[in-house]
Design a protein around this ligand. Structure first.
Ligand code: BDP
Length: 674
């Protein structure tokens, strides 16, 4: 169905480009990437124009796709200079003497150029007037699959894995190939193919038992410009190597990893490297041996370095068995406390992967203070496209605005203007490698993402990390135009739904940055005290007098001191702390008055009544599209919106009644609170 094709619909175009003129396309070179280019052009032209292009090596063709040094003198001086200045992945699309020339310095640049070209044709641009120069702002643009070999997906909300089923790697890899196409079309260039939690059998991924098949997967991704990474089990030397220790300083352990890595590269010569979750949520790591994270990461880095491989080491390290009675442990502090002291001690092929916030992908969190705090250690930020805490691809929640907020946050680590965007692009500190990673939201549902509108998050992720200066709305409109068509009605309605969705979700869920209040383990739907007395370190501390976590230096956990000035003081002081984060940083009475002029309690009531109403409005808006959008998509979203409504109602009623009972303060507007 249409939903399967996501944003590569290649709908039939009314304004055909004709076969007589454009029927022959020159694609120079025959690497696997050039083969992908030909396949994609064939698919697109057959569907959009109903004819099949013929491929040639003749540079006189009307469309020429070739690396710049294969172009002879086709390019004007001006364009030649432009290409010279491009990064390896950058491309230009030039209209010269009635020819369309797509070029760059590498095959993958051509692939990106071709996807851009096809996108422009699909949205109706005139083929004669294309003149584009484009290149990515971030060098590592990565996707993390949290897929397990048994076919389940950790935090997967759209069916099962497209990579694995019943303890095996899938035989038919055609869907993996389609996934590679989608990812490449938005510029993703790296993928970790298994869950960061590496259970028993997945530990063997780095051995002969699985490498022949992983090699096949890697080849598919290679032909679309993506490097393959594997998540590893830090205790592998014990679990599968027959050693009695996984101590990173042990010579035998080091040797074991070197051999292991060598074997991987025998199978996969352009293997990306390892993604590692160590000493995190009960996963093994260097702490067991009284070593620290640099010891663990560097040991792996040494094994990978001779082959150009990288270690992506996650910083999601915290005490997950802490006690709410012990106010000296604050989960928010953990990543910075663990890693900041190690700055400068990691090898240059190690990159630290840091979640965007200090907690865990909540609808609202401050930006992690660790980002940018390490001047001599490569860093990348981690987002979550899968909506674990933001509606699980049932509720509508377009996340690009949230990520834009993160990227534009000014850390002041090197004075004003030290934004996250510049830090992860390697413009503030001289990082050797850096970039952005995110947890994928796809599964084997027909439409890939459960809620079809959640496709916008995957599309938007790729577009945003390629070029963080794009606006969230611009990305939404682009996605809509490609996925549906360019009718004004669809565009206006769907883009307004997407653009409003994050704040709607925030309105009916946990208030003012406090986070959580979700059903334990599943993380969907409200359970206000679900985690309150548990050991995961995720508390709201609501009592009869007030709510929020005191993270100030003056009276709290001192988390605020992990920020540079002026941020530290802004968060520390009640009167400057932004409303939307007040409960993340402060414990305040219910009648505390926000900058908005409302008390905390009235804000809670108002946003929760409003959030539910807004979901009803989403339903009405969507209903207007019944006759203009394809039936499958229409029903899919309609169904999800009904579930969202039920969810919003649960949240509204539970939150409002809970805080009414705790505070004893009635709603000024006298609405019914159950
Ligand atoms: C949390 C998830 C958990 C992941 C963990 C992680 O609840 O399933 O394993 O993050 O990122 O968000 O490692």
């Amino acid at each position: 169905s249409n939903m399967y094709k996501m944003w590569l619909q290649y709908r039939e175009m009314p304004n055909k480009i004709n076969k007589e003129t454009y029927g022959e396309i020159a694609v120079i070179g025959n690497s696997p990437i050039q083969e992908s280019i030909k396949e994609e052009l064939t698919r697109a032209f057959e569907q959009m124009y109903q004819w099949t292009p013929v491929f040639t090596e003749n540079l006189n063709a009307q469309i020429v796709i070739a690396i710049n040094d294969k172009l002879n003198d086709l390019l004007s001086k001006n364009h030649k200079d432009q290409v010279e200045h491009l990064l390896d992945e950058g491309y230009i699309i030039a209209s010269e003497n009635n020819q369309v020339i797509i070029t760059g310095k590498s095959s993958v640049a051509l692939l990106y150029g071709v996807f851009h070209f096809l996108k422009d044709l699909q949205i109706g641009k005139d083929i004669h007037t294309l003149n584009i120069t484009n290149q990515p702002k971030n060098s590592l643009r990565m996707i993390n699959q949290w897929d397990n070999l048994d076919g389940t997906i950790e935090r997967g909300y759209s069916g099962n894995s497209i990579f694995y089923e019943n303890g095996k790697i899938v035989k038919d890899k055609s869907r993996i190939k389609d996934y590679a196409r989608y990812l490449a079309s938005v510029g993703i260039n790296a993928i970790a193919i298994n869950n960061v939690n590496v259970w028993e059998e997945e530990t063997f991924f780095i051995t002969k038992k699985y490498l022949p098949e992983i090699k096949e997967i890697a080849q598919i991704f290679t032909s679309y410009g993506l490097k393959t990474y594997i998540s590893i089990n830090f205790a592998s030397p014990i679990a599968i190597g027959g050693l009695h220790t996984a101590d990173p300083m042990d010579e035998q352990v080091k040797e074991w990893w070197k051999k292991c890595v060598k074997e991987i590269y025998d199978y996969i010569p352009n293997f990306g490297g390892f993604l590692v979750k160590a000493d995190s949520e009960h996963r093994p790591g260097p702490f067991t041996y009284n070593r620290d994270h640099k010891d663990g990461a560097n040991m792996l880095a040494e094994a990978l370095a001779p082959f150009g491989g990288k270690v992506i080491w996650r910083c999601f390290v915290y005490n997950c068995v802490q006690d709410w009675r012990d106010r000296s442990t604050d989960r928010a502090r953990a990543a910075y406390d663990h890693f900041k002291p190690l700055d400068g001690l990691f090898h240059e092929n190690v990159i630290l992967q840091i979640k965007n916030g200090p907690m865990d992908f909540q609808v609202r969190e401050p930006v992690s203070p660790l980002l940018g705090a390490m001047h001599q250690t490569n860093q990348m930020v981690e987002f979550q496209i899968a909506q674990e805490y933001t509606g699980q691809q049932i509720d509508l929640c377009y996340l690009i605005p949230q990520w834009k907020d993160v990227l534009s946050f000014d850390t002041y680590v090197k004075g004003e203007g030290s934004t996250i965007e510049k830090i992860v692009a390697g413009q503030i500190h001289p990082y050797r490698y850096s970039g952005i990673a995110a947890v994928s939201n796809i599964g084997n549902d027909e439409n890939w993402t459960g809620n079809t509108l959640a496709q916008a998050n995957l599309y938007g992720y790729g577009r945003l990390i390629w070029d963080p200066s794009l606006e969230a709305e611009e990305i939404a409109c682009e996605w809509i135009a490609l996925t549906f068509d360019s009718s004004k009605e669809i565009k206006n309605t769907v883009s307004s739904m997407l653009m409003d969705s994050l704040s709607i979700y925030e309105n009916y869920t946990a208030p003012l940055g406090v986070g959580w209040m979700v059903t334990p383990h599943y993380h969907y739907g409200p359970n206000i005290d679900g985690y309150e007395y548990s050991r995961w370190g995720t508390y709201h501390f609501a009592d009869r007098n007030g709510i929020g976590v005191d993270r100030t230096q003056a009276t709290g956990t001192s988390y605020t001191s992990q920020y540079n000035e002026p941020n530290a003081s802004i968060y520390e002081q009640l009167d400057t702390c932004p409303d939307e984060l007040i409960l993340f940083f402060h414990h305040v009475p219910y009648d505390y008055v926000l900058h908005s002029g409302k008390t905390i309690i009235q804000h809670i009531y108002d946003t929760h009544f409003l959030g539910y109403k807004q979901v009803e409005q989403l339903i009405k808006k969507w209903a207007m599209l019944e006759n203009v959008i394809d039936v499958d998509t229409f029903r899919n979203v309609e169904e999800r919106l009904q579930l969202q409504r039920a969810n919003a109602k649960e949240w509204r009623d539970q939150i409002n009644t809970y805080f009414y009972r705790k505070s004893g303060i009635p709603d000024q507007q006298k609405r019914t609170i159950y």
